[in-house]
Ligand binder design. Sequence first.
Ligand SMILES: NC(=O)n1nc(-c2ccco2)nc1N
Length: 322
Amino acid sequence: EDEARAELARLAQAIVQADAAYHQKDAPEISDAAYDALKQRNAAIETRFPDLKRADSPSERVGAAPVEGFAKVRHERRMLSLGNAFAAEEVAEFDARIRRYLGLSDDAPLAYTAEPKIDGLSLSLRYENGELIQAATRGDGGTGENVTANARTIDDIPTRLEGAPDVLEVRGEVYMAHADFEALNARQEAAGEKRFANPRNAAAGSLRQLDSAVTARRPLKFFAYGWGVLSAPLADTQMGALQRLKTLGFVINPLTELCDGPDRLLAHYAEIEQRRATLGYDIDGVVYKVNDLALQDRLGFRSTTPRWAIAHKFPAELAWTR
Ligand SMILES: NC(=O)n1nc(-c2ccco2)nc1N
């Protein structure tokens, strides 16, 4: 009984904290699944020890459940996270591993693209016959949230495309620029509303608003960096596909470069790291991708990450200090 009483106290505190993060900071500290598990554990103990139920039990609190939220969307092609590299040697290993996997000799040409890794939240945009019909967050990679109405309010996201494949899913990152973030927090403060901890939380909280009129007032931006389902190929190479997306009206990160091998990748990494503080938006590394799409298809994916791509991260930045 004492064990149960103590655990109920811990659960109540954890659930209150999770609710506060979800509702106040627009940035849940734990996943919906973890939240649900806390609630179920609490209910199970209360069922077993009814007389231990707390006056402030989370199972009785009105509005405790996170906002009923968005319709769920299944991603036909999983939205994957990236493997990480932290040291230069790991970049050489990434290249060597790919050469081994493909049976390429050390001196065979093997090009990569290198682009800044935007520190925002991933979004998948589905266009059919040139119409934006669905926008979904990454979620757990297999199932995300339907945020179509909110995505339509983002200027960088075209609602209509000319000359696109019949079915085209564009993937990219929603983010908030530093200047827009500061201005938003000033408005929040003036209105007696909560401030956002950092641009990523502000972008996430703004995109995951149930009221799209709120999203429309939030300065969100979008860089396209990839694709999902395609009814026809965009190009034969990563760089060519990005150029095609640009032609279709998407914003591609201007610091994206074609590199002929690990040394060039590291040189570009250093250049981007040099310019990081002047970009006006948060990045947390550089993403290297094999440029040839036929090779990407042969390389495929590891359990959860592409074999053909890696994120070379910057050393963790101090707490958001601007
Ligand atoms: N976050 C970001 O900027 N990303 N993320 C990818 C990615 C994730 C999976 C495949 O590619 N690429 C870029 N530029």
